[in-house]
Design a binder for this molecule. Structure first.
Ligand code: NAD
Ligand code: UDP
Ligand code: UDP
Length: 321
């Protein structure tokens, strides 16, 4: 007989950065975990620590195709998250967000599972309200190079709320702000991993534009805690809910911190700013504090140290200049 406290969780995008940490925590809490991934940006390497667990299953599958399994809750994380990767095949990115959401919502509806969507701060686009509260509708260029991701995620939010209203599906929409930590792919292309890899290799850190644009960086363990708390909360609160660390830094400040904390002799160089790059981003997390009693506890310096240590091990100490 199944233990009523033991849930069967499906994590789509489970072989990715965030997904693999989430699978690990769900297993540690005693749940059964089904990881579904097409390995577009994720790797089997990320799942290594879990392979021995009899409660862990992996399925190679693309969420743009229907999926028939029996689960109690679904974390829908499948989607490339780094601009470099989501812009590589933008049509597939939109399909992943939109068809993926339809299939996972259809699955949730059939088995009456709770379903959480990994949405994003990108739904706010290049925001003219700062910091961004959930009530802000955003400022997204619908035809720009980030639109495949931003509009795909916005459409997924629409689908989630329509299944909530039309089918009374228990949904949770989390708007995740920039999250970093060990197990980001060294070729991921996002700023924290790019800077750390370059610093450890003694190569120049490329700051796009003047580096005056800001981001707020959340350590992965804090984010995973928030996602699980949100999923466990009551059905009456679907979100959307901002999750992130409100500490706000310019990209230039981040580059300087990475160089300092890794003890690198790398220089900073400047490169052109990509189109539609948001100028500022900081989550207003008042709602998460109120609804989940949650706030991040890992300061940037500490999270960077842990991430630098991870990449140092991964790249080999010889790579250090
Ligand atoms: P990631 O690229 O490491 O992980 C995404 C995973 O989804 C990968 O394992 C990839 O192979 C898989 N995937 C992609 N397309 C798929 C498809 N069609 N079918 C099945 N699997 C597919 O990125 P991440 O940082 O772990 O992000 C996870 C989720 O969180 C994404 O949905 C992302 O949009 C969201 N998010 C992340 C951040 C962040 O800063 N890390 C911020 C906002 C939102
Ligand atoms: N779906 C799925 N797994 C399921 C149930 C549905 O992948 O267990 C897919 C199915 O292919 C469908 C989509 O989810 O296209 C939406 O399902 P829903 O029942 O909401 O709509 P309909 O089947 O009426 O289009
Ligand atoms: N960025 C940078 N150098 C890099 C990678 C990114 O200066 O090597 C900048 C990028 O232009 C953006 C910020 O860092 O302003 C965050 O980029 P990332 O791709 O991590 O995520 P975003 O929040 O833009 O989706």
């Amino acid at each position: 007989m199944r233990d009523v406290n033991r849930r069967r969780a499906l994590v789509t995008g489970g072989a990715g950065f965030l997904g693999s940490h989430l699978c690990e925590r769900l297993l540690a809490e005693g749940h059964d975990v089904l990881c579904v991934d097409n390995y577009y940006t994720g790797t089997r390497e990320n799942l290594k620590s879990m392979l021995g667990s009899p409660r862990f299953e992996i399925l190679r599958h693309d969420v743009t195709f229907p999926l028939y399994v029996e689960v109690d809750e679904i974390y829908n994380l499948a989607c490339p998250a780094s601009p470099v990767h989501y812009q590589f095949d933008p049509v597939q990115t939109t399909k992943t967000s939109v068809h993926g959401a339809i299939n996972m919502l259809g699955l949730a509806k059939r088995v009456r599972a709770r379903i959480l969507q990994a949405s994003t701060s990108e739904v706010y686009g290049d925001p003219d309200v700062h910091p961004q509260p959930e009530s802000y509708w955003g400022r997204v260029n619908p035809i720009g190079i980030r639109a495949c991701y931003d509009e795909g995620k916005r459409c997924a939010e629409t689908l989630f709320f329509d299944y909530y209203r039309q089918h009374r599906l228990p949904i949770k929409v989390a708007r995740i702000f920039n999250t970093y930590g060990p197990r980001m792919h060294p070729g991921d292309g996002r700023v924290v991993s790019n800077f750390i890899v370059k610093a450890l290799q003694g190569e120049p850190l490329e700051v796009y534009g003047e580096g005056s644009q800001t981001r707020s960086f959340c350590y992965v363990d804090d984010m995973v805690s928030a996602l699980m708390l949100f999923m466990a909360g009551d059905d009456g609160f679907p979100g959307p809910l901002n999750l992130g660390n409100p500490g706000e830094f310019t990209i230039l400040e981040l580059a300087e911190q990475v160089i300092e904390r890794s003890g690198s002799r790398s220089k900073i160089v400047f490169a052109p700013l990509p189109a539609d790059d948001p100028r500022q981003r900081q989550p207003d997390i008042a709602l998460a504090r109120e609804k989940l009693g949650w706030q991040p506890t890992t300061p940037l310096a500490e999270g960077l140290d842990r991430t630098i240590e991870y990449f140092d091990g991964l790249l080999g100490r010889d790579a250090r200049a």
